[in-house]
Design a protein around this ligand. Structure first.
Ligand code: SF4
Ligand code: SF4
Length: 441
């Protein structure tokens, strides 16, 4: 694609980066075929190619974001399905990040939008604030129909009615390897997941310890910054990410680290991209690159440990590939192989490349599109008649779990169970239901 940035504009590193990305696009339109928002809305401006043109026009013209551009950019899930499809290697992820940062700087949203986005950016990254908000939301949930704002109604509908899991969450500290230590890794506890489903990281730590990994949960490593980063709030995301980087570097210098892992793949994708996030920061650029180089999804770590185990029950597991894992980190088959390797029957729904509509805060900010994608995903999952659903991201787990009575778990819970850990919480709380009997009846 031809671009016409001026020499003066290209002195700005952000615009220089945007220019390089835009020039890689040959506007072939192949990406439109796999874009969930184009499939739902059918408007070229809600496709990757359409958004690329809008971004080019906005940045090249040096103009403030306008209402129409913001609407189409806001509707993008950042699912990155377009990046998997694109034959020209267009880095849409960095382009939409740059565009969102420009929108945040130059566009004044209506007051209600600003308040809502500010509330999300303040509450979600803090487990203490999120816990309080969740408590209040559970009280308000029966009155959801009376709430005038559709996005607030959507938030209430996503609040789990029951506890999603057991466990108290893990404290910062060292969790020693069982037997001979093979690796030492840091596990990032994140933010939302430790409140909604603390049992996921508990399962991950047990599993890692069992196979000879010493796990450290570093002090001072809170939210990785992903949630606010996707809201375009780079200025808020960077201090959160910087705290994580400092905590990890301190841990690496003190005790050594072979890897850094996180069980929420949406967060993992951002941590792997820290090098880019801090590329213009002379104080942190090198350390950010170092941390990004250590980052691995939990499935990558487990694949290297040659897990030995056996599925305790003959369950048919529908694997839902989180976009952040399959498109963001290009880890499409590894989690499936791990589950099949310990004896589960793994099946996949049709159109597995399409997003479930969760996408960070998307389900809260774009409830109609999100709901449509959720219903399509759940229908595709039900069609393959699974005993349970497994995924690798807390967002997908919450989103899909709100629309199905098929139990849904994180893949590490199944791997933990198959190698000597407890039965996953979602299977322990079925109230006498037996998914295998239900499927085969
Ligand atoms: S597939 Fe790639 S090159 Fe083709 S229009 Fe989409 S982003 Fe551009
Ligand atoms: S990130 Fe997803 S929703 Fe956004 S343009 Fe690409 S495919 Fe479409």
């Amino acid at each position: 694609m031809q671009t016409h940035f001026t020499v003066e504009q290209l002195k700005d590193p952000a615009l220089a980066r945007a220019n390089a990305i835009l020039r890689a696009c040959v506007h072939c339109g192949l990406c439109t075929a796999t874009c969930p928002t184009f499939q739902v809305l059918g408007d070229e401006l809600d496709s990757p190619r359409g958004r690329i043109y809008l971004i080019k026009d906005m940045l090249e013209g040096g103009r403030d974001a306008d209402e129409k551009t913001v609407m189409h950019l806001d509707r993008c899930l950042s699912c990155l399905s377009c990046m998997t499809t694109c034959p020209s290697g267009v880095n849409y992820m960095h382009l939409i990040d740059l565009a969102r940062a420009h929108v945040e700087k130059t566009y004044r949203r209506p007051l209600r939008d600003r308040l809502l986005r500010e509330a999300l950016a303040t509450i979600l990254p803090s487990p203490a604030r999120f816990r309080l908000a969740l408590f209040a939301a559970r009280l308000a949930r029966p009155f959801a129909a009376l709430v005038p704002d559709r996005r607030l109604r959507a938030m209430l509908s996503l609040v789990p009615t029951a506890k999603l899991g057991s466990g108290q969450g893990l404290c910062a500290g060292i969790y020693p390897a069982c037997g001979t230590r093979r690796m030492r890794i840091a596990l990032l506890p994140g933010c939302v997941q430790q409140v909604l489903a603390p049992h996921i990281d508990e399962a991950a730590v047990r599993l890692l310890q069992r196979f000879g990994v010493e796990v450290v949960i570093p002090k001072g490593a809170g939210c990785c910054g992903a949630l606010v980063h996707h809201l375009g709030k780079t200025a808020s995301a960077q201090p959160q990410a910087a705290a994580v980087i400092k905590a990890l570097i301190a841990e690496k210098r003190a005790g050594g680290l072979d890897a850094v892992t996180i069980t929420a793949s949406g967060c993992g994708t951002v941590v792997k991209d820290y090098g880019h996030l801090f590329a213009q920061d002379p104080a942190l650029a090198e350390q950010a690159k170092e941390v990004a180089g250590l980052a691995k999804d939990i499935s990558e770590i487990l694949a290297g440990l040659a897990l030995k185990g056996a599925a305790p029950e003959p369950l048919r597991v529908a694997y839902h590939a989180a976009c952040s894992l399959q498109h963001g980190q290009k880890l499409r088959d590894m989690p499936k192989k791990l589950l099949a390797g310990v004896g589960f029957t793994v099946v996949e729904p049709k159109n597995a490349h399409l997003c479930c509509g969760s996408a960070g805060t998307y389900a809260l900010l774009q409830p109609e599109i999100s709901e449509e994608l959720k219903q399509r995903k759940v229908a595709a999952l039900h069609a393959i008649k699974p005993d349970l659903i497994a995924t690798g991201n807390i967002g997908c787990l919450t989103q899909i779990g709100s629309a199905t009575n098929v139990p849904i778990v994180h893949s590490v819970e199944l791997l933990d169970w198959a190698t000597g850990g407890p039965k996953p919480y979602a299977l322990r709380t079925l109230g006498g239901r037996n998914p295998v009997a239900e499927r085969t009846a």
